[in-house]
Design a protein around this ligand. Structure first.
Ligand code: ADP
Length: 425
């Protein structure tokens, strides 16, 4: 059995109609991004595949891609393409790492995929109906196309398994927790952990000792309180609906509103699910877009409901920062990440206005135009640091995948050696 010094890993992040991927060369010394890309509009006759390799022309094509298996086949084809590819053969891919949204209480850490793992991920589908089924399609497609390649599942939920019970329990009859495992799980765990560690390194803080509040703000958004390198609370809950206002999800909502609307609008469970997941949030409030960029532009043009949506989002985030500062008994650093956190100076400015009582001295000038970079946004003398940091969930997935697969290889090598010794005796 050969134990590889470096390993080429395909990382897949399958959404309901999209597929993001990266190929990374991982070694103990670090990582090297070989290629990345995106297949969009899967299921349509004009799906779009974009692929980029450092130093080579961007590849972009529109074609019919009817399902995830076809999408992954398109990815594999381009990876070995003589012009745009980075691999001489698919055999160079030694492992595939998948982002999986919900691991329920089954998974406390990343795991090697086998039939039992697939079954458990299937059981969690009802908890993350937008994400888990798509993640599973990716896993099954790889199983079909590359049956001998080991796969690893990395869960958005596992970093938050360290939450204390009083943070993760809902005040419902305890039997529902026992019967259905209804509790808060949290998501975006890979991102929260990654940006917290990275920001601490950049700011000269000790991750294991710092009190941190991470704000992952994208189409889905969540805020996490981290102490001693562990998640102690996070804003998403049983599903990714709880917490702050999101692109199309409502965030926190009085359950009385749900029962009221069920009656008035004759909604069943599927209808409510659709309402809170797909028709709410920035989209629902503004009435025209879930995209933060559109709302910032519309706000500038004086469109009041765009302003309302942005202010509501920022207000929610600010309330969580206040709450988590109380949970942590203080805070050393507030970290922004995700598409909105990394790029939207408007949202960061709205959130950080009026946080002086916490010890935040926000640098509004530095914030202006700061986009897609790792940057300190607080003044030098600020007691609480504020940073925007780019996230890299794929790198976390590749790292976990490499470690798990190498461990498997080590165990296999030991088994083979033992067998050999037994045979010799
Ligand atoms: P996902 O949760 O799907 O991964 P992302 O992290 O990519 O989402 O974030 C998407 C959000 O980031 C969108 O609301 C988009 O408008 C916002 N965004 C991206 N670039 C900018 C920008 N330059 N200014 C403001 N918002 C931005």
């Amino acid at each position: 059995m050969i134990i590889f010094d470096s390993m080429k890993i395909l990382v897949l992040n399958c959404g309901s109609s999209s597929l993001k991927y990266q190929v990374l060369e991982m070694s103990d010394a670090g990582s090297n991004l070989l290629a990345k890309g995106l297949v969009e509009r899967i299921g349509s006759p004009n799906a779009c595949h974009t692929h980029k390799v450092e130093g080579k022309d961007k590849y972009q094509t529109e074609k019919q891609i009817l399902n995830h298996t076809e999408g992954i086949r398109s990815v594999l084809d381009i990876l070995v393409d003589p012009g745009y590819g980075v691999l001489s053969s698919l055999a160079e891919i030694e492992a595939v790492g998948h982002r999986v949204a919900h691991g329920g209480e089954f998974f406390f850490k990343s795991v090697a995929v086998d039939d039992e793992v697939i079954e458990k991920i299937e059981k969690c589908c009802q908890l993350a109906p937008l994400h888990n089924p798509a993640n599973l399609t990716g896993i099954k497609a790889v199983k079909e196309l590359m049956p001998d390649v080991p796969q690893v599942a990395v869960f958005d939920t596992s970093f938050h398994q360290s939450m204390p019970d009083y943070a993760y329990m809902y005040a419902l009859d305890y039997s529902y927790y026992e019967k259905y495992k209804i509790r808060r799980y949290g998501f975006h765990g890979t991102s929260h952990k990654y940006v917290a560690e990275k920001a601490c390194k950049l700011a000269g803080l000790e991750f294991d000792k710092a009190k941190l509040i991470t704000c992952h703000l994208g189409n889905g958004s969540s805020i996490t309180a981290i102490e001693g390198g562990r998640s102690v609370d996070t804003s998403m809950g049983f599903t990714p609906v709880e917490g702050v206002t999101m692109g199309t999800r409502c965030g926190n909502l009085d359950v009385g509103v749900v029962t009221f609307l069920m009656e008035k609008e004759h909604l069943d469970a599927a209808g409510v699910n659709n309402l809170v997941n797909k028709e709410s949030g920035l989209q629902g409030l503004s009435g025209f877009s879930s995209d933060c960029r559109d709302l910032v532009d519309a706000e500038k043009s004086g469109y009041k409901r765009a302003e309302l949506a942005l202010r509501k989002l920022a207000y929610d985030i600010k309330k969580y920062i206040g709450a988590y500062a109380a949970v942590l008994n203080g805070v050393d650093m507030i970290i922004f990440t995700g598409g909105i956190g990394e790029n939207s100076d408007r949202v960061r400015e709205l959130v950080c206005t009026g946080l002086e009582y916490l010890g935040v001295e926000f640098d509004f000038e530095k914030n202006k135009g700061a986009r897609g970079e790792d940057v300190v946004l607080s003044k030098r003398r600020s007691k609480v640091k504020v940073m925007a940091v780019t996230t890299n969930e794929e790198l976390v997935i590749a790292t976990d995948t490499m470690e798990i697969v190498k461990e498997q290889q080590r165990k296999q090598a030991v088994r083979e050696e033992k067998q050999l010794n037994n045979t010799e005796i």
